[in-house]
Design a protein around this ligand. Structure first.
Ligand code: ADP
Length: 767
């Protein structure tokens, strides 16, 4: 192969390579069978013939693309053999013949299913073996667009490798619309001629005004100098090259290193120049070419190769972002669909995890800050609300009359209003000690029974044993006594406690006592007056027993004067005297009771009894006035808490008013009816005094109980007013109404005491 060459050095790599190459150089090629064939595997053998010689980057890429596809095939697995067909450099016929022999010797025992031939020399080699060594193989060929089209081969399909110089130039024009010249660098070998000439022709037709500088075929050093002198305002078009004008094989990277000395951008469709200074072009990827050939080979190996079909390898317009920036070409000029390579990856693309984590951390931080701010704002609102409610609470505390303390469960004073500035009363002196943080129970620890009761009751309140407390305290004092009203409310909140108010009600109590005393005096006067009016009737009432007593005494005297004295008759008379005197005594006792000026004393008493007592008094008067009295008294009437004499006075007033009202009526209709009853549901005991008088005029009804309201000539108008005060004092009600049957109905209701009624005594019943 190398007889005409003056090799200055030979490099051997690896031990087997040493043997092989030593053989090749030192010995004529004899029968070599480097790949022993085994009968089972023979079918799926593939040979790829690459143009030129080993070590050219573009053939390496084709081969690696090809292997990446064919080596993956597992079922059946494909054995790939790769050889270099040479041919681009001038070779003698002898070399070609030796190579043919060499191939013959190497592959005669193989059963090649597919032969792939890349480039014109390989295709010619394949054709030469078509009838011999490769006669059973399907041929897959690949040829440059401007290479001479191979003559048709039987059972073959092909791939055209486009030369994309036109598209690349158009891309350059779009990116640099103002360029005034273009420097062209193409190869200097005979295989480099066609693409270069076609491009120059294209330039003349497409851009006639553009200055064209042709640097083709220049060795790298010369090229470097040339391009370094290029002025700005133009570009370089680099076409794929095989060799320079001295037939020295060119190397893309060496050329690109020379071209990058210029101050103008380089455009090229040469795939390998991308990333080494090429700004962009319509690229043909040699690796993709290898892959496409691999796929075509596998199809053919499976018997699916399409005889005579020819496809074109795809191209992709791409640009280098770094070069675009270097020459200040705006990205906006990049036509749509053009792939931008080497753009520095965005932070996101490069550090996805870190960015995500940082963003997450930022988000969490933001949320945290946000929530803290929200919390702060919320707290401010809450604080403002707390201040406001505090102010309201303080204002309320201050506005409450008396002294207010808020206690916890153990009696500790949590807050207190400051009503006691200068303590005067005894209570104030005690309560002045109930300041915040003191203990309320210590303050009341005075030893007296009263203070002990306060402590016990308030403690029940703070612990929640009771919910409400009303305690009226009376403490005798040097000034004559004072009243303190203690009211409390249990606090339901978590820690319990209570709010306790203290009001000095001494003045109120004194006023109440005075009013009661006034009422006593007034009602006494009223009674005296009423009984005064009754005196005639009462005298008549007393007259009977007294007359009886007198006549019985006289009879007894006579019976005892007889000889012998009639003792048994006289005893009868004396027994009668005793009975008459008891009757008189009872009347006088009642009268005395009613006339006695006494302070009212409240006891459980029977309303029925009061009615019977008064009826007894009035019996004589009623008879004199021709009034018939009817009693309809409920059995088992509950007792009421009242002063008996005052209750009798009410009944007396109502009955005399009723009898007065009937004065003008005819004698037959002067009926007075007294009814008592009890409403068990409302727990009220009721007395109704019904007469058959003219009733009460509607305009009088509202004023009946006013003091000094009277329609009577000699009336005082105080009777009903006193009745109302008495009934009020026992928490009862007095009402006046007209009966539908005619006459007035005066009714009194008083809260019932216990459910049990006091039995009526024999003595009272007698009256
Ligand atoms: P007095 O009997 O001195 O007038 P009262 O206060 O007892 O004072 O009565 C006030 C007025 O109410 C009477 O003057 C009378 O006009 C009216 N009155 C009271 N009871 C009756 C009744 N049963 N029927 C009609 N009028 C009545």
């Amino acid at each position: 192969v190398y007889p005409g060459r003056h090799l200055s050095a030979v490099m051997f790599l690896g031990p087997s390579a040493t043997g092989l190459w030593a053989c090749l150089i030192a010995l004529p090629l004899t029968a070599q069978t480097p790949f022993p064939s085994s009968s089972g595997q023979a079918k799926h053998e593939v040979l790829i013939l690459l143009a030129d010689q080993p070590g050219r980057p573009f053939t390496d890429r084709i081969l690696s693309g090809f292997r990446s596809v064919t080596m993956r095939e597992r079922n059946p697995s494909v054995s790939v053999f790769a050889e270099y067909a040479g041919g681009y450099a001038d070779e003698s016929a002898e070399v070609a013949a030796e190579r043919a022999n060499w191939f013959e010797a190497k592959y005669k025992k193989h059963h090649l299913g597919v032969v792939v031939a890349v480039g014109a020399p390989s295709i010619e080699l394949a054709r030469s073996f078509r009838t011999g060594l490769f006669k059973d193989a399907f041929v897959v060929w690949a040829a440059g667009e401007f290479e001479p089209r191979p003559a048709p081969i039987e059972r073959a399909s092909g791939l055209i490798l486009p030369v994309n110089s036109f598209g690349t130039f158009k891309l350059a024009q779009q990116l640099m619309p103002g360029a005034t010249y273009v420097a062209v660098y193409g190869g200097g070998s005979k295989f480099d001629q066609p693409p270069r000439e076609r491009f120059l022709e294209f330039l003349r037709a497409e851009a006639p005004d553009l200055r064209v500088l042709d640097f083709s075929g220049m060795p790298p050093d010369e090229l470097k100098n040339k391009v370094a002198q290029l002025p700005p305002g133009g570009s370089i078009q680099y076409l794929a090259t095989l060799a320079d004008r001295n037939d020295r094989p060119t190397d893309t990277f060496e050329i690109m290193s020379a071209l990058s000395q210029s101050r103008v951008p380089v455009f090229s469709y040469e795939d390998m120049s991308m990333g080494s200074g090429n700004l962009g072009g319509e690229l043909l990827s040699w690796t993709d070419v290898g892959r496409t050939l691999g796929n075509m080979t596998l199809r053919a190996d499976r018997g699916k190769g399409v005889n005579g079909s020819v496809e074109t390898a795809p191209r992709t317009a791409s640009i280098d972002w770094r070069q675009l920036n270097k020459f200040g070409i705006p990205e906006g000029r990049v036509p749509p669909g053009v792939q931008i390579l080497y753009r520095p990856p965005s932070l996101w693309a490069e550090h996805r995890v870190a960015v995500t984590l940082s963003a997450l951390a930022l988000l969490i931080q933001t949320l945290l800050i946000g929530s803290l701010l929200a919390e702060r704002a919320r707290r401010r609102v809450v604080q403002a609300e707390a201040r406001e409610s505090e102010a309201v609470a303080s204002a309320m505390l201050t506005s409450v009359p008396g002294y207010v303390v808020m206690l916890d469960r153990d009696g500790k004073v949590l807050r207190a209003n400051d009503h006691i500035v200068a303590p005067e009363s005894e209570f104030e002196k005690v309560l002045a000690g109930a300041v915040p943080d003191s203990n309320y129970f210590d303050v009341w620890n005075l030893g007296s029974d009263d203070s002990k009761r306060v402590i016990t009751e308030v403690r029940r309140l703070t612990t929640g044993e009771i919910n409400e407390l009303t305690l009226v305290k009376f403490r005798p004092s040097p000034t004559g006594g004072a009243w303190l009203e203690i009211r409390g409310e249990h606090l339901d909140g978590g820690r319990g406690g209570a709010v306790v108010t203290h009001v000095d009600i001494t003045d109120r109590k004194r006023a109440e006592m005075k009013a009661a005393a006034d009422l006593d005096a007034l009602s006494h006067l009223d009674r005296v007056a009423a009984l005064g009016e009754l005196s005639a009737s009462l005298a008549h009432e007393l007259n009977q027993p007294l007359a009886g007593m007198l006549s019985n005494a006289e009879a007894a005297e006579k019976l005892l004067a007889l000889t012998p004295p009639d003792i048994s008759e006289a005893r009868e008379a004396v027994i009668d005297i005793a009975g008459e005197s008891r009757r008189a005594f009872a009347i006088i006792t009642k009268l005395r009771q009613m006339l006695k000026k006494e302070q009212a004393s409240f006891e459980p008493v029977s309303l029925n009894e009061a009615v019977r007592d008064v009826t007894g008094f009035l019996a004589a008067d009623a008879a004199r006035r021709h009034v018939k009295i009817d009693l309809d008294l409920a059995r088992d009437l509950p007792l009421v808490l009242a002063d008996m004499v005052q209750l009798q006075q009410v009944v007396l007033n109502l009955m005399t008013n009723a009898m007065d009202a009937m004065e003008t009526q005819s004698e037959e209709t002067r009926n007075l009816r007294l009814v008592t009853c009890c409403d068990r549901r409302s727990k009220l005991v009721e007395l109704q005094v019904r007469d058959q008088g003219p009733g009460i005029a509607s305009d009088q009804l509202g004023r009946l109980f006013e003091p000094f309201h009277t329609t009577k000539r000699n009336g005082l108008g105080m009777g009903l007013s006193i009745c109302r005060s008495i009934i009020d004092s026992v928490k009862g009600k007095i009402r006046a109404a007209n009966s539908p049957e005619g006459g007035a109905v005066l009714s009194v209701t008083i809260p019932a005491l216990a459910e049990t009624a006091e039995p009526v005594s024999a003595e009272r019943a007698a009256l």
